[in-house]
Design a binder for this molecule. Sequence first.
Ligand code: ZN
Length: 171
Amino acid sequence: MIEGKEALLERVALANKIYGNTRLCFEIGEVLPLPTEMLDLISRNDRNSLAENVPSPGKMIQVFLVRSARDVDKPDGWIAGVHWQYGGKQKMQEKRRFIILSSMHSNGETLAHELGHWFGLQHQKEVSNLMCGSGFRTGILLSKEQIKILHANREGALERKEIEARRAAGE
Ligand SMILES: [Zn+2]
């Protein structure tokens, strides 16, 4: 269960540990409340309407922390999180993509896993890998090949101004 900024900070700290040997490092920007009627997502349309109702922060990975989210491909299923590309009708939202995190069904690593998708990683079969897509994941490893992909997609995201480069302290 994730409630409030404190719990979110823990997830980000874990993500930073997992991505420790990559060029990726995450910090929390602004945390804003989501309207109550947007807290439980059922359809694709519900996911798209997040983008239609909440502006993009710009140069940041937007994460929507909802109470629950249905699996839109499996009736009666729930998701822990998803990297979602806007698929609604508003032209201006076309390229919007963001992470949806379910407070009810996510665990410690869900945010890190979705960040992997955000940076272009696909699902892996090995259960010890962070990108294992099944609920039987046992580890949080990233392979050298995956780290290469992360770095390439980081460059692409910087070029598209989806994120911005920050200098680490003392650099
Ligand atoms: Zn996944």
